[in-house]
Write a protein of this length. Structure first.
Length: 95
């Protein structure tokens, strides 16, 4: 997972013409990550990276119609305590 500060011009990590991506360190996402900018106390963009193993079918030629991928992000240790604990008054708890 790469994290960069939000920039409204940085939308497509491989540019809009993905088949013409020249790649390398001076292009797209790699260039943005190499800037090593501070992401504290600013709006960020998370760029998940994953590989796909695709068993091709005759219907996929010459262009694969779709491959569905999902990313689920769930915080862990984001807060010191649950907000529920802060809102519960001991008098409200029924023993």
């Amino acid at each position: 997972m790469f994290v960069t500060p939000y920039n409204e011009e940085e939308i497509f990590p491989s540019d809009i013409h993905i088949n013409q991506n020249v790649g390398g360190e001076d292009f797209g996402l790699q260039k943005w990550v190499n800037r090593d900018e501070n992401v504290r106390n600013t709006d960020i963009v998370c760029w998940p990276c994953f590989g796909v193993t695709h068993i091709s079918r005759p219907e996929d030629w010459p262009i694969m119609p779709v491959e569905i991928l999902r990313v689920h992000m769930k915080p862990s240790g984001f807060f010191d305590v649950s907000e529920v604990h802060l809102r519960i008054n001991s008098a409200d708890v029924i023993a």
